[in-house]
Design a protein around this ligand. Structure first.
Ligand code: HBI
Length: 96
C-alpha cells in the first residue's frame, strides 16, 4: 500500500521540485506551463501521457490553448506520495 509523504518528506520534495507548488485545499502539488502555441502544448501533453502510462500514475490536468496546468496527487492514499514526486521529476526532465 502506497504511503502518504510525511511533512518532512513533502517539504524536501518541494524544495527539490522548485517549479512546483503545494495545491491550495488539496494534498497535492501543481505546476503551470506555458508554451509557444497549442501544438507545443499538445506535444508536451502527449509526452506526459506516455510517462504516466509508464509509471502507472496519472495527472489531473487542464489545457487552454498554449497553457497546461498539472496537479499531482495519489488516489490510492488520498494524498501526496513518492509517486507524485517521481512523476513531477520526470515531467521536469522533459523540459530540461
Ligand atoms: N494515478 N494519480 C494517480 N493516483 C493513483 O492512485 C493511481 C494513478 N494511476 C493508476 C493507479 N493509481 C493504479 O495503481 C490503480 O490504483 C488504478
Amino acid at each position: 500500500m502506497i504511503q502518504k509523504l510525511t511533512e518532512t518528506e513533502r517539504n524536501a520534495g518541494l524544495q527539490e521540485l522548485k517549479d512546483w507548488q503545494p495545491s491550495a485545499g488539496r494534498d497535492a502539488i501543481r505546476r503551470a506551463f506555458k508554451f509557444r502555441n497549442f501544438s507545443e502544448a499538445w506535444g508536451f501533453m502527449n509526452r506526459v501521457a506516455l510517462l504516466a502510462e509508464t509509471q502507472d500514475h496519472h495527472p489531473e490536468w487542464s489545457n487552454v490553448y498554449n497553457r497546461v496546468e498539472i496537479l499531482l496527487t495519489t488516489h490510492d492514499c488520498d494524498g501526496l506520495s513518492e509517486r507524485d514526486l517521481k512523476l513531477a521529476r520526470a515531467i521536469d526532465r522533459l523540459l530540461a
